[in-house]
Design a binder for this molecule. Structure first.
Ligand SMILES: Cc1ncc(C[n+]2csc(CCOP(=O)(O)OP(=O)(O)O)c2C)c(N)n1
Ligand SMILES: [Mg+2]
Length: 322
C-alpha cells in the first residue's frame, strides 16, 4: 500500500485534533443555548480527515450530515464554518446555508438534508469530470443507514456504468439514529454490495487514520487513471449520540460495554500513540499542535459570535436564479 510520509501523518493528526476541539466547541455552544444541529464526529475523525488528505485541492467532496471532518479536511477555516452554522454573514454561504452549507471554492458541493440524495449527484459530478476531461475525482460520503436507500444503489450503478472517478465512502458506525444496523441491513459487510455494482468493495478500519489514507489514496489513483469508482466501507463508531439531543441517553439503545470498548479505540489517541512510537513527533511537538488547535477554535468562536447577521436585503440575495 506504500508508506505514508511524516508530513502527511502530522497534517492528518493536526486536522483530527482541530476537528475534535471544534466538535467539543459546538457541543459547548449548544449547551449554552445556541441552536445548531450537531451530528458529532467524536470517534469518527479518522475517516473524513484522512480521506480528504488523499485529495488535491481541485477534487470534489459530496459530504453528508455527520460532523465537519470533510470541511476541515478540505481546508475550510473553522471560523468561517462556525459563522455559517450560526447564520452569520461571514460564513461560507453568507449565513444562509446554516448546517446545510456548501463551499464551491473548496469544491464542497453542499451538505444534503435528505439522506443519500447526494449519491446520484456524485455520479453526475463524476460524469461532468469525464466530459471535461480533467483529472479530478469525487469523494462521496454517507452512513450505513443511508446505504440501504435506493439512491445509493442508483448512484453506484450509474457511476460504474459511466466508469466515472467517484470514491464512495460508507462510514459504518453500526447505528442509524437509535437502530443497530444488524436489524436493518442484509449484510454484515456493506462492502459486499459493491460487487453487485461492478466495482471493488474495500473494507478499512475506520479508526486507523493511516490505513484510511492509504486505502483512499489507492482508490483515488484508480479513479484518476480512468479505472472508475471504488466503494470503501469504513468500520467505525460514534462515541456520542446521534445528535447533541441524545448525548446523555447512550445507555438506552446501546450497551455501555460497547461504547467503552470503542472509546479504547479512539482514533485520535491511536494516531497520537503511533506518531510517538514511530518517532514522527515528540510529546512536545504534539502538545504544541494541540495547544494551537485549541487557540484556533477559541478564536473561531469569538469571530463567529462577533460577526454580524446578514441584512434584510442580503437575506434574499443568492436565493433565486435570475
Ligand atoms: C431520506 C431520509 N430519511 C430519514 C432522514 C432522517 N435521518 C437523518 S440522519 C438519519 C440516520 C442516518 O444514519 P446513517 O446513514 O447510518 O448515518 P449516521 O447518522 O449514523 O452517521 C436519519 C434516519 C433523512 N434525513 N432523510
Ligand atoms: Mg450510521
Amino acid at each position: 500500500m506504500g508508506a505514508v510520509g511524516k508530513e502527511v501523518r502530522l497534517k492528518i493528526y493536526r486536522n483530527m485534533v482541530r476537528l475534535r476541539f471544534l466538535d467539543d466547541k459546538i457541543n459547548e455552544m449548544i449547551a449554552g443555548g445556541i441552536g445548531i444541529t450537531q451530528h458529532s464526529t467524536r470517534g469518527q475523525e479518522a475517516t473524513p480527515v484522512a480521506a480528504c488528505a488523499a485529495l488535491e485541492p481541485q477534487d470534489y467532496v459530496m459530504p453528508y450530515h455527520r460532523g465537519w471532518g470533510w470541511a476541515i479536511g478540505k481546508g475550510m477555516d473553522p471560523k468561517i464554518l462556525l459563522a455559517e452554522l450560526i447564520g452569520k454573514k461571514t460564513g461560507c454561504c453568507g449565513g444562509k446555508g446554516g448546517v446545510h452549507l456548501a463551499d464551491w471554492n473548496l469544491r464542497i458541493m453542499g451538505r444534503p438534508g435528505v439522506q443519500a440524495a447526494h449519491v446520484p449527484i456524485a455520479a453526475g459530478v463524476g460524469l461532468s469530470i469525464k466530459f471535461r476531461k480533467t483529472r479530478d475525482v469525487v469523494l462521496c460520503f454517507f452512513g450505513d443507514g443511508a446505504s440501504n436507500e435506493g439512491n445509493v444503489h442508483e448512484g453506484m450503478n450509474l457511476a460504474s456504468v459511466w466508469k466515472v472517478p467517484v470514491i464512495f465512502i460508507c462510514e459504518n458506525n453500526l447505528y442509524a439514529l437509535f437502530t443497530p444496523n444488524i436489524e436493518t441491513t442484509s449484510v454484515r459487510d456493506i462492502a459486499d454490495r459493491a460487487k453487485g455494482h461492478g466495482m471493488p468493495g474495500v473494507i478499512v478500519d475506520g479508526n486507523d487514520a493511516v490505513g484510511v489514507y492509504q486505502t483512499v489514496r489507492e482508490a483515488v489513483q484508480r479513479a484518476r487513471s480512468g479505472q472508475g469508482p471504488t466503494f470503501i466501507e469504513s468500520k467505525t463508531y460514534r462515541m456520542h449520540g446521534h445528535t447533541a439531543m441524545d448525548r446523555f441517553h447512550l445507555g438506552g439503545y446501546r450497551p455501555k460495554e460497547e461504547v467503552e470498548e470503542w472509546e479504547r479505540k479512539d482514533p485520535v489517541m491511536r494516531l497520537r500513540t503511533r506518531l510517538l512510537e514511530t518517532k514522527a513527533a515528540s510529546e512536545k511537538d504534539l502538545r504544541e499542535i494541540e495547544a494551537r488547535a485549541k487557540e484556533e477554535i477559541e478564536a473561531a468562536e469569538k469571530f463567529a459570535k462577533e460577526s454580524p447577521y446578514p441584512t434584510k436585503e442580503e437575506l434574499s440575495r443568492d436565493t433565486y436564479a435570475e
